[in-house]
Ligand binder design. Sequence first.
Ligand code: ADP
Ligand code: MG
Length: 292
Amino acid sequence: ATPTSIMAGSGRSAEMGVLFKGGEHLEQTQSIDTVVVDKTGTVTHGKPVLTDVKLADGQDEEHVLSLVGAAEKQSEHPLAQAIVEGIQEKGIELGKVQFFEAIPGYGVQATVSGQGVLVGTRKLMQQYGIDVSAVLPEMEALESDGKTAMLAAVNGEYAGLVAVADTIKDTSRGAIARLQKMGIHVIMMTGDNERTAQAIGKEVGVDAVIAEVLPEGKADEVKKLQQQGKKVAMVGDGINDAPALATADIGMAIGTGTDVAMEAADITLIRGDLNSIADAIIMSRKTMRNIK
Ligand code: ADP
Ligand code: MG
């Protein structure tokens, strides 16, 4: 690669909102055959809103939501923010928190107004021996709609469910189809549950979905693909994505995401539009063709 063609390629890419950290990344990006996209904040806007609240028999909405809202107020997760905003919009006052613990990939545990509160996945409820079998059909219906449903328990008993929905970026479906036309395999990866992930994955047309990946497991999934001989680009926005971005052959961070993701990545996609993935690969292919 001549330094001149690399400089020209980098400059043209930057004009399109694709920032390569170094010339070697512009050279390597042409060989990518597999793109792994994070779901929340990458395929979707990452700004979920509270859409549904269901209560267990005999439970009072204001009471349960005051506990759930107070617990989630302590969490930094985007899901938590959506839950808190939705509850506050209902004019419900939040309880007082005596203890809080985030359980990454599962949910939160707290003591609110002297009561034990859990909010999170089925697996979280399972770990605490809470029977949620009665609500599972309802939960699955919400998930099939692409919503993320979270279960709440108070003092060791199932108390209700809250669901949030995130919107898919208008450009995601077209951008994924464009990559596929270039012969690239597109996989969506998420910590969210299998059913929600499949619903969103189907809507945007990805080739495969890897769901229920724990925060520390994303890099391992990338490694597995590399062991199969794939040249992997990982695209993400979150703190959770940083190890996978660093592990991938090429890491691409969404410019509207976290600084941690951008630091771990080789490329920053300023526009947050997944079309920039194809733009980066095309620019690399063109640049390398010029110099062979
Ligand atoms: P994502 O990749 O979607 O950000 P995470 O690994 O952070 O996923 O979380 C996985 C799942 O754990 C979420 O879909 C949700 O069900 C549950 N979860 C995580 N954080 C919270 C929270 N603060 N409150 C309730 N549930 C949570
Ligand atoms: Mg994300």
